[in-house]
Structure formats: structure tokens, C-alpha cells
Write a protein that binds this ligand. Structure first.
Ligand SMILES: C[S@@+](CC[C@H](N)C(=O)[O-])C[C@H]1O[C@@H](n2cnc3c(N)ncnc32)[C@H](O)[C@@H]1O
Length: 196
């Protein structure tokens, strides 16, 4: 229960099926991208974003090791295949430049790349922008999970602003839940939204 990532995966697992489209807003080491790829299968489509080339390379390598083929280079403006895993070396706030289809599940694991440069972190402004751009892409019954961290610089502000954003979503269109540990200081927390 102390692993918010595991809880986020369980939340998404309930709605993801083979053939769905899913998005990882922060590819990092690739574990969440791998999870989405496993849940959506060969007929599915996964987009994973990261501003760091190192994260894209790590994600590519993890996927390859697990028998998945991911595409990380394509001509701008070209029509992408109907299925596959697409690694985007760009900010998640630009999601609408890449993802045109409706999406069933989205994950955003915020903060810095583990064992990477800790000065490169997700930021309140761009994270909020990416969430505003992403929500309209979700199908009815689609789900979004965000894991927010407060320990790194700017983390608390980002976490509080996103929490406020989830709290402000209209209740006739969205169910939102916050899951947090009550007996541990500065623990990460999980924000979840489902489109009605
Ligand atoms: C905690 S890591 C993600 C962990 C990852 N999902 C995994 O399974 O290993 C956060 C990542 O967000 C990335 N990031 C920071 N700002 C970003 C942005 N604007 N758009 C996309 N990725 C961003 C960082 O480079 C870092 O790799």
C-alpha cells in the first residue's frame, strides 16, 4: 500500500484493454510505459513523453529487453501507424501536437528521473498545462493517474496546484480521488480522475 505507483497501475488496469490508446506523460526509466504497453497489447497504441533524451533511451532499452518495439523517430507531420509505442522526446505540455486520438488511460509520475539529473524536474506550470491539454482526449470511462512528490525543489507547490486542479474539475463530468498516507511525512500522493 505504500507504493503509489502500484496503486496507480491498479486504478488504470481496471479500464485498459488490448487495442486501447494510453499515454505516459513522463517516460523516465520506462516502467510506466512498459506497464501501459503490456495492458494495451500489440494492437494498442502508447505515447510516452520525456524532455530528457536519456529517459527516452532508457525507456527504449527497457521495452526492447521485454520484447516490445518502440518508435522514437518519425518525420514531422507523417501519419503514424494505427498501433505501436511512440516515444516522444518533447514536453508533455505539447501532447496535442502528437496525440490526435481518444485515450483510455494516462499516467504521470512526476519529479525527477531516478538515478538521473535531479535538477531536471516536472514543473507546476507545464504539468498543469499538460493536464489541461490531456483531459479532453480521454474517452468516457477513461482514467488519469498522477503521482505527486513534495520533497524536491518546487515539488510541494506543484503537488498542491495539481491537487487544486483535480479538486476544481466539474463533478458532473469527473470523479476525482486523492490517496495519501496519513502517517508518513512528505510522502508522495496519488491523484486519480475518471471521466463520467
Ligand atoms: C519520476 S520520472 C518518471 C518515472 C517513469 N514514469 C518511470 O516509470 O520510470 C519524471 C520524468 O519526468 C520528466 N519530465 C520533466 N518535465 C517534463 C515535461 N515537461 N514533459 C515530459 N517529461 C518531463 C523528467 O525528465 C523525468 O524523466
Amino acid at each position: 500500500m505504500d507504493r503509489m505507483v502500484t496503486l496507480a497501475h491498479k486504478f488504470l488496469e481496471d479500464v485498459l484493454s488490448f487495442g486501447d490508446t494510453a499515454v505516459d506523460l513522463t517516460a523516465g526509466g520506462g516502467r510506466d510505459t512498459l506497464f501501459l504497453a503490456e495492458r494495451t497489447g500489440r494492437q494498442g497504441k502508447v505515447f510516452a513523453f520525456d524532455i530528457q533524451r536519456e529517459a527516452i533511451v532508457r525507456t527504449q532499452s527497457l521495452l526492447t529487453g521485454k520484447g516490445f518495439r518502440a518508435i522514437s523517430h518519425w518525420e514531422e507531420g507523417s501519419i503514424l501507424p494505427e498501433s505501436g509505442i511512440f516515444l516522444v522526446n518533447d514536453g508533455h505540455e505539447r501532447i496535442r501536437s502528437y496525440v490526435r486520438e481518444k485515450v483510455k488511460g494516462v499516467i504521470a509520475n512526476l519529479g525527477y528521473l531516478p538515478s538521473g539529473d535531479r535538477s531536471i524536474v516536472t514543473r507546476a506550470e507545464t504539468t498543469l498545462q499538460s493536464l489541461r491539454e490531456t483531459l479532453p482526449l480521454l474517452v468516457s470511462g477513461g482514467r488519469l493517474a498522477v503521482i505527486a512528490y513534495v520533497r524536491h525543489q518546487g515539488g510541494r507547490r506543484e503537488a498542491e496546484e495539481i491537487s487544486g486542479f483535480f479538486g476544481g474539475l466539474p463533478s458532473n463530468c469527473w470523479h476525482t480521488i486523492k490517496m495519501e498516507m496519513l502517517n508518513r511525512e512528505n510522502a508522495p500522493f496519488l491523484l486519480m480522475a475518471e471521466k463520467t
